[in-house]
Write a protein that binds this ligand. Structure first.
Ligand code: SAH
Length: 218
C-alpha cells in the first residue's frame, strides 16, 4: 500500500472518524454521504505540508488562488444534491483538486467534473488516479455553460459562487434533478433548485463563502 494511504498520525482512520462525528454534530444525517466522507482520504488531495490539517473543518489552499472546500460544506452540498435519492449522473462545476468529485464518485454512478484552470485538471486527475477512482471524467471547460455532452444530470453541484443561475445548468437538469450552488457576490446563499415536471423550485438553505465563478478557461 502506498505510503500516503497508510494510516499514520494525523492522517489516520481515527482522525477521519472524528471528522465524521463532527459532521453528524453539524447536522449531516445522510448515511450514504457520511460513508462517502469516511471513505475518501482528504489528505491525499492537499499538499503534503498541509496534510496534518486535512481533517479540520477548514478550507485549504490548492494553488492558483483556489481552495478545497471545508468538509462540512462538501458533505452538505452532496447531501442536498442527493436529496435522499440515488444519483446516476452528476455534474460538478469547479473540480479544483478533485476532492468533492471523489466524494461524489461514491454516491453517483457517473461523475463529470468541469474545471477552467488547466494545471488543476492535471492535479485532480492525478489524485483521482491515485485513489483508483474510475467513474469520474474531468473536463477542461468553462462550467458556466455546464456540459451539454452528457446531459441531463440528476445532480449538478457548483463549487464556485455565481451571481445568477446559468440557464444552461437548468436546461441540463433532469426532471427530479437538483442543482446545488452558492449564490451572490458578498453574502452567498447556498441554493437548491429542483426541477419538477412543471418547472423549477428554488430554496435557500444557509450562508456560505466560496471563490467566485469566473468565465472562460485559462
Ligand atoms: N470542488 C473543489 C473545490 C474547488 S474551488 C475541490 O474539492 O477541491 C472552485 C473551483 O471552481 C476552482 O478550482 C475554480 O478554478 C473553479 N471554477 C471557477 N469558475 C469556473 C468555471 N466557470 N468553470 C469551471 N470551473 C470554475
Amino acid at each position: 500500500m502506498n505510503q500516503r494511504f497508510s494510516g499514520i498520525g494525523m492522517t489516520s482512520q481515527r482522525t477521519r472518524a472524528r471528522m465524521l462525528e463532527r459532521l453528524r454534530a453539524q447536522g449531516i444525517s445522510d448515511e450514504v454521504v457520511l460513508t462517502a466522507m469516511n471513505d475518501v482520504p482528504r489528505h491525499i488531495f492537499v499538499d503534503e505540508a498541509l496534510s496534518s490539517r486535512a481533517y479540520e473543518d477548514i478550507s485549504l489552499p490548492i494553488g492558483f488562488g483556489q481552495t478545497i472546500s471545508q468538509p462540512y460544506i462538501v458533505a452538505r452540498m452532496v447531501e442536498l444534491a442527493r436529496g435522499g435519492r440515488g444519483i446516476v449522473k452528476a455534474l460538478e462545476i469547479g473540480t479544483g483538486c478533485g476532492y468533492q468529485a471523489a466524494v461524489l464518485s461514491r454516491v453517483a454512478k457517473e461523475v463529470y467534473s468541469v474545471e477552467r484552470i488547466a494545471p488543476l485538471i492535471a492535479k485532480a486527475r492525478k489524485n483521482l488516479r491515485e485513489m483508483r477512482i474510475h467513474n469520474v471524467k474531468v473536463k477542461y471547460a468553462d462550467g458556466t455553460l455546464g456540459l451539454a455532452e452528457f446531459a441531463p444530470y440528476d445532480a449538478i453541484v457548483m463549487a464556485a459562487a455565481a451571481t445568477h443561475i446559468p440557464p444552461e445548468l437548468l436546461a441540463q437538469l433532469a426532471i427530479g434533478g437538483r442543482l446545488v450552488l452558492p449564490m451572490g457576490p458578498d453574502t452567498q446563499k447556498l441554493t437548491v433548485v429542483e426541477r419538477t415536471s412543471h418547472g423549477f423550485q428554488q430554496t435557500e438553505v444557509g450562508e456560505v463563502k466560496f471563490v467566485p465563478l469566473l468565465g472562460g478557461v485559462m
